[in-house]
Design a protein. Structure first.
Length: 270
């Protein structure tokens, strides 16, 4: 049986979907693009759902990682962005970053990674680097603990400090003896990264003998991804750090331009 929401005087009542799945679908349909944000008021106005109902569903979707809550509204969460092998939600980031990664790999002659933060891990979206890429034990679609990588720490540095331990689910697993294993040490490292304007170095913390320099790609909500240049643990990565910083800013600028484009809506047959 369909529920009815009483409208204002003189306006017809709005029929509410009878099932929870239909109500969830109403809400999720509002997030048509990866960077779309909606406030609670916008969700209520667009769906016709009562405020208490909409809030309850939104918070359940946040808890289950279908949505994220930000200071200025809700957006798609890591679980929603993960559908389709990460192709749907992360396609905008991958497309924006692709030419930048290729250019960075050519200029440095080193392996270049693109990754996103997903729970306590990073998820590799792309890897560029010609023949030398086989020497780095990473793969597109692979995961490693975020705190063990330059990519992960570059993004964690811009997560509110009080949320870092929850992001990592209260555990710091070691990949190598050089991995950070205490939250106090990690917080000091993240503070140092912020003081260095986001540039992050890592030597042998994730893979023995491998070093990285990374910087996050950020928007107004925080980190949306990160890119890194990878070499041996004793490589002079400081020399390529300015190129990494330039590349991260270029990708962020491209994402901003894309976010300002009006969304294409399918035509509705009459």
């Amino acid at each position: 049986m369909t529920s009815m929401l009483t409208g204002d005087a003189g306006s017809p009542a709005v029929a509410l979907p009878p099932s929870m799945i239909e109500r969830i679908t109403l809400i999720m349909d509002l997030f048509e693009r990866p960077h779309t944000r909606r406030t609670l008021e916008q969700v209520c106005r667009s769906t016709g759902l009562p405020r208490s109902t909409a809030y309850r569903i939104l918070e359940q979707l946040v808890r289950l990682r279908w949505l994220d809550r930000t200071d200025i509204g809700y957006r798609l969460g890591s679980r929603a962005l993960g559908l389709g092998g990460r192709e749907i939600g992360h396609s905008t980031l991958r497309v924006a970053a692709a030419p930048v990664l290729q250019d960075l790999a050519l200029r440095t002659e080193l392996v270049v990674h693109l990754a996103v933060l997903d729970g306590p891990d990073i998820y590799y979206l792309d890897k560029v680097g010609g023949r030398s890429a086989v020497d780095v034990p990473s793969r597109v679609g692979g995961r490693v603990p975020a705190h063990c990588t330059a990519l992960g720490k570059a993004m964690l540095a811009w997560v509110p400090p009080e949320r870092v331990e929850a992001q990592l689910r209260g555990m710091l697993l070691r990949c190598t003896p050089r991995s950070i294993g205490e939250f106090g040490v990690l917080h000091r490292e993240l503070n140092r990264i912020r003081g260095a304007h986001g540039l992050t170095f890592e030597r042998g913390e994730c893979f023995p003998g491998i070093g990285c320099v990374s910087m996050a790609v950020r928007n107004t909500d925080g980190p949306v991804g990160a890119l890194s240049v990878v070499g041996t643990a004793d490589a002079a990565l400081e020399r390529v750090a300015p190129l990494v910083a330039e590349a991260a800013r270029t990708v962020a600028d491209a994402l901003y331009v894309e976010s300002r484009r009006p969304a294409e809506r399918p035509s509705v047959a009459s």
